[in-house]
Design a protein around this ligand. Structure first.
Ligand code: BGP
Length: 462
């Protein structure tokens, strides 16, 4: 029997600081690894102006209120708060997020803050970034500052956005320099786990009623066939891509399949005394996750062609000799080649709920497409179809008994994609600019805006 969405369901939408704010060097903000990229990859926009949300946040929040959002998931730029990552606090940067959060609260929108979404301070990167253990304490210091400043108004906190994507596809996203050995990536990963654990403890100490959770990208992995070796390959990839991060975040342990893989590939991190105790001493209050599609994998191919082509985080799946990327013949693709799998969304909810028994919050899901503005309108029926199909599967997951806290599709407003510029859009609100021509940055409500407003108003019945 179909159950209704909970009355307090957080119908929301998402963004991240560097993709939406612009004002990359204003009011004392320091440079991040993203700012250092420039036009990356060449031929796509940079992030200096993005959607100019830094200057237009009041107008944007008014539109979010009109959309009826119950929650808005955004990220706090570390480099606005502490420009060099671990030095002085920048009061002007602190003030910006007070203004944003106050505007949200005044509009009755629950703020959900990501502490770190890809934009590591460049000054920390110059010292080795996450490979340097000192980054852990820098993050803890940043955490103390933001919990102290905003903890009376922000009760929902996300630690690190898509840590798994930074480890697996950091080059494509631009967070990792090309050519890093795998051991360095997993050492960085270990330090991020420690940083997350410290943030968790600090949140529970400093934020009364605060809730905190990790925010990986979770994509359930299917076997290409029912051959037991393909099933094994899918199990391996699930352990490496998904469970490694959540087993650590929830249970404070490296799962044995992932650990065996790390040892086998020479990537096992150095673990200092006390690390495992720290990791095991925390428990998140919920699991946030980003979902775009499932993956399909197979046992390694005899011709060694195990890695699917392209540098994209949703496409370049596979690792030579371990598992091979495969395409799923049952799934359609977006204009950017990402598979579309609403039923896989339900499968993913069930897998997460069965494994961890923690409330689940969707912090990203959405369709990247080439939108067209015509007479002030954007007819994005394709986006409506995508979102409607996924929301239907959330309701089925709720009916399966899964505890779902909310749904924050990507993205609230158009912003700059991680590596495909502004031509690839996700928002409910269109921002008038081109890849290299900023035009007037005016805002327009897409058809999906009006549709989602109805979904929220009727709690899931559009
Ligand atoms: C996730 C990121 C986001 C976002 C989204 C869409 O990986 O958390 O920052 O951009 O995917 O990806 P893309 O911009 O590459 O289309």
């Amino acid at each position: 029997e179909l159950k209704a969405f909970p009355a307090d369901f957080l119908w929301g939408a998402s963004s991240s600081a560097y993709q939406v704010e612009g004002a990359w060097n204003e009011d004392g903000k320091g440079p991040s690894v993203i700012d250092a990229l420039g036009y990356y990859p060449p031929g796509t926009s940079d992030y200096t102006v993005a959607s100019d949300h830094y200057h237009r946040f009041a107008e944007d929040v008014a539109l979010f209120a009109e959309l009826g959002l119950k929650a808005y998931r955004f990220s706090i730029a570390w480099t606005r708060i502490i420009p060099d990552g671990d030095g002085e606090v920048n009061p002007a940067g602190v003030a910006f997020y007070h203004r944003l959060i106050d505007a949200l609260v005044a509009a009755g929108i629950t703020p959900i803050a990501t502490m770190y979404h890809f934009d590591l301070p460049a000054a920390l990167d110059a010292k080795g970034g996450w490979q340097n253990r000192e980054c852990v304490d820098a993050f803890a210091k940043f955490a103390e500052v933001i919990f102290g400043e905003y903890g009376d108004k922000v009760k929902h906190w996300l630690t690190i956005n898509e840590q798994n994507m930074m480890v697996l596809y950091g080059e494509a996203i631009g967070t990792v320099k090309p050519g890093q050995p795998k051991s360095a990536l997993y050492q960085a990963n270990h330090h991020m786990m420690l940083a997350q654990a410290k943030a968790n403890l600090l949140c529970h100490e400093l934020v009364p009623d605060g809730l905190i959770g990790p925010a990986p990208n979770i994509a359930l992995c299917y076997p290409e066939t029912c051959h037991p070796l393909d099933v094994l390959a899918a199990d391996d990839f699930n352990a490496i891509r998904n469970w490694l991060y959540l087993d650590m975040a929830v249970e404070g342990r490296y799962n044995s399949v992932a650990w065996a893989y790390l040892e086998e590939t020479g990537a096992a991190p150095q673990i200092a005394q006390g690390d495992l105790e720290l990791l095991a001493s925390v428990r998140p209050d919920f699991i946030a996750f980003n979902y775009y599609a499932t993956h399909t994998v197979a046992r390694p191919r005899s011709d060694g062609q195990d890695v699917a082509t392209g540098g994209d985080q949703q496409i370049a799946v596979g690792e030579k000799g371990i598992y091979a990327g495969a395409s799923n013949p049952f799934l359609p693709h977006t204009e950017f080649g990402w598979e579309i799998d609403p039923i896989g969304f339900r499968n993913t909810f069930r897998a997460l709920w069965d494994r961890y028994h923690l409330p689940l919050l969707v912090t990203e899901n959405g369709l990247g497409a080439f939108d067209k503005l015509e007479d002030g309108q954007v007819h994005d029926s394709y986006r409506i179809d995508y979102l409607r199909d996924h929301i239907a599967q959330i309701q089925l997951a709720v009916s399966d008994g899964v505890d779902v806290m909310g749904y924050c599709p990507w993205s609230a407003i158009d912003l700059v994609s991680t590596h495909q510029g502004v031509s690839k859009r996700y928002g409910f609100i269109y921002v008038r600019r081109d890849e290299f021509d900023l035009l007037d940055l005016a805002r327009f409500k897409k058809d999906s805006f009006h549709w989602y407003a109805k979904v929220i108003a009727t709690s899931g019945a559009d």
